[in-house]
Design a protein around this ligand. Structure first.
Ligand SMILES: [Zn+2]
Length: 173
């Protein structure tokens, strides 16, 4: 399992070359979106939000948003450290948290959850190619993390593996 530091370093080092891969098809705007989403995915939305990690700390006071997520999942659970499923659930979770925040802040003039939910289909309709670049890049950052962790494919939840390893073996020390 890689340390938080090496996850951060690899994300930073690869974000630019990764973004440049998108330049031929999507131009400089596509490269910029791909690069920044890869960076955001690796540094702020990493699978390690399931524990106190660099990603968790980067959210500053907003890291409270991730407290229930951390409580619900054990570290390196298959729900945080599985391709597609991990990032998919984090994006869903974040969307839910944003809707909740907007409901709380609506009296102060922020858009209501209803307004946000109504804007989503329009955004998808008009900006689909950019949104797809963004989503693929967020997922790519997650893949980098999983490859570094040595878990590119789903495995038994860590908790269970741990328990199995800890069971004392008879006749051996
Ligand atoms: Zn991890």
């Amino acid at each position: 399992m890689a340390s938080g530091r090496s996850h951060d370093r690899a994300t930073r080092l690869l974000s630019l070359p990764y973004g440049l891969l998108w330049w031929p098809a999507f131009g400089p705007a596509g490269a910029a979106i791909a690069s920044s989403c890869f960076l955001f995915g690796g540094l702020w939305l990493s699978p390690d939000l399931d524990t106190i990690s660099n990603s968790t700390r980067r959210w500053g006071p907003l890291r409270l948003l991730w407290w229930p997520y951390r409580r619900l999942l054990s570290h390196r659970s298959m729900f945080s450290h599985t391709p597609l499923l991990g990032m998919g659930l984090r994006l869903l979770y974040l969307s839910g948290a944003m809707l909740l925040l907007s409901a709380l802040l609506a009296p102060l003039g922020s858009p209501t959850p209803g307004q946000l939910a109504a804007a989503a289909p329009t955004l998808w309709q008009h900006q689909r190619p950019w949104l797809l670049v963004a989503l693929v890049s967020l997922e790519a950052s997650s893949w980098l993390h999983l490859l570094q962790d040595g878990d590119p494919v789903p495995r038994l939840p860590r908790l269970l593996r741990h328990r199995r390893r800890r069971r004392p073996r008879p006749g051996r020390r």
